[in-house]
Design a protein around this ligand. Structure first.
Ligand code: PGA
Length: 249
């Protein structure tokens, strides 16, 4: 059976002291209860080196939150996939809805970022999801399929190496979670789309994200096509994150 993946997205939160306390608490929790799922934390870029050091003991993989679509050169403020790789980055979020919304990231740009990550040996966690207006207009399937199609088109058979995160935008940071049935329905659509694109689609983990927390993780993770979670707010509290990890066993 495919392992589940529980990935924390710290977003723009943390400090040297807070990061250390959080990682140490997670490590202490996992020491008594070795996780049988994959665990990762996606940290702000300035803390990659610190997190690399803290996570060297193993058990928790290092993730970044974004990567440049370019390989090298005059792109002020950007970090390339090969730079991330030098810091031991194993996963990288691409196309998070906050990047799509506040930084104008398009489907094509997100697909290129996924390509750059893969080329550097980093697993892109490709985030897709509909807004509330799109859901209410009955366009959920059309939107998520369009977002995923761009990544499939750019990455060909390598698409079997990605992780997909379905994150309905209306559920992110709002406390409004998609019901397990709503999430499962979209995951099944994405699974079918991936199967049509790759003979190895079975191995692709499709995560749910959007107000997943200690109380609702069990039910969400019990769905047939939900292979893990991308967790924002609850990933900043060690007890909550550990409870979600336990729910994924
Ligand atoms: P949330 O964020 O868990 O705080 O809703 C999830 C995400 O944005 O990845």
């Amino acid at each position: 059976m495919k392992k589940k993946l529980i990935a924390g997205n710290w977003k723009m939160n943390g400090s040297l002291a807070a990061n250390e306390a959080l990682v140490r608490a997670l490590q202490a929790g996992l020491a008594t209860h070795t996780a049988s799922c994959d665990v990762a934390v996606c940290v702000p870029a300035p803390y990659l080196a610190q997190a690399q050091g803290l996570l060297a003991a193993g058990g928790i993989a290092l993730g970044a939150q974004d990567v440049s679509a370019f390989e090298v050169g005059a792109y002020t403020g950007e970090a390339s996939a090969s730079m991330l790789k030098e810091f031991g980055v194993r996963y990288c979020l691409v196309g998070h809805s906050e990047r799509r919304l506040y930084h104008g990231e398009t489907d094509v740009l997100v697909a290129t970022k996924a390509q750059r990550a893969l080329a550097a040996g980093i697993t892109p966690i490709v985030c897709i999801g509909e807004t509330l207006a799109e859901r209410e207009a009955g366009r959920t399937e059309e939107v998520v399929k369009r977002q995923l199609a761009a990544v499939i088109a750019a990455n060909g058979h390598c698409v079997s190496e990605i992780v997909v995160a379905y994150e309905p935008v209306w559920a992110i940071g709002t406390g409004k979670t998609a019901s397990p049935e709503q999430a499962q329905q979209v995951h099944a659509v994405l699974r079918a789309q991936l199967h049509a694109a790759s003979a190895h689609a079975d191995r692709i983990q499709i995560l749910y994200g959007g107000s997943m927390n200690a109380a609702n993780a069990n039910q969400l993770l019990a769905q047939a096509d939900i292979d893990g979670g991308l967790i924002g707010g609850a990933a900043l509290k060690s007890a909550d994150f550990l409870t979600i990890i336990a729910a994924a066993q």
